[in-house]
Write a protein that binds this ligand. Structure first.
Ligand SMILES: C[S@@+](CC[C@H](N)C(=O)[O-])C[C@H]1O[C@@H](n2cnc3c(N)ncnc32)[C@H](O)[C@@H]1O
Length: 232
């Protein structure tokens, strides 16, 4: 039985992969890359292309729909887990690649649960990756927390009330998945006086990276899915 790996490939810059991630990616038989929209390229796969030898390694791109509808998600997770287990049981090492870190708001968390439950004998190794939050803070040279400060990470989809409470409670608030609530978040940041204490980062680590610190520019921007806000 071969090993199943989950490798965090970082935010999108191939230089932000760990040496361990690179070693595993070069050595495995099968690479499973997630996409949410089959018409779009996998960001994780684009990040590791230079480490892959397609003459020797099989690449599988698997779609996980971008929805909270479990009746669509569970079959996609089950199908991916079954495929991973089949390769490993046939003696082929397989890696699931994920942007950022595999245990931080990643599809791999759901796959891990299914694999542990249905194939408890499978050896699984998880390699951490640099999360988008750390990469964004570095690119903006924006300290996350210091001393006794506390930080919270909220997927903005949790709702504006949760964000409001977080701003009252923590010294640093990081908002992921900001696109759907963007204008409501902007209004909240304005009314709570966070204009000078907010940084916006999109597609960090890629050639399309955008870092904005001017609040007027942040408000005027139309964010895509791969964007976040760090608020002090
Ligand atoms: C499902 S979470 C994945 C988090 C990822 N596992 C990580 O460790 O960074 C997706 C959210 O992470 C943030 N994100 C992921 N990659 C990003 C990037 N390259 N630049 C900016 N934000 C990113 C965005 O807020 C996006 O909506």
């Amino acid at each position: 039985m071969a090993t199943v790996y989950a490798v965090g490939v970082g935010p999108g810059d191939p230089e932000l992969l760990t040496r361990k991630a690179e070693r595993i990616l070069r050595s495995v038989d099968v690479i499973l890359a997630p996409v949410s929209n089959p018409a779009e390229a996998s960001v994780a796969l684009a990040t590791i292309r230079e480490f892959v030898d397609e003459s020797r390694q099989e690449i599988i791109v698997h779609q996980f729909p971008m929805t909270s509808d479990r009746s669509r998600l569970v079959p996609a997770w089950q199908e991916a887990a079954t495929m991973i287990a089949a390769h490993a049981e046939a003696g082929r090492s397989v890696v699931f690649i994920t942007i950022g870190d595999p245990l931080f708001y990643s599809t791999f968390i759901y796959l891990l649960r299914i694999l542990r439950e249905q194939w408890p004998q499978l050896p699984i190794e998880i390699v951490p990756g640099i999360s988008s939050i750390n990469a964004a803070a570095s690119e903006a040279a924006f300290p996350l927390v210091e001393g006794d400060e506390k930080m919270v990470v909220i997927p903005a989809t949790a709702g504006i009330e949760q964000i409001k409470t977080a701003l009252e409670t923590y010294e640093t608030v990081v908002l992921l998945k900001v696109k759907p609530l963007y204008s409501a978040i902007m209004e909240l940041l304005r009314t709570t006086g966070r204009e000078q204490r907010t940084v916006f980062v999109e597609r960090v680590g890629s050639s399309r990276q955008i870092v904005l610190t001017d609040f007027n520019q942040i408000v005027a921007h139309s964010p895509d899915y791969l964007s976040l806000l760090i608020i002090k």
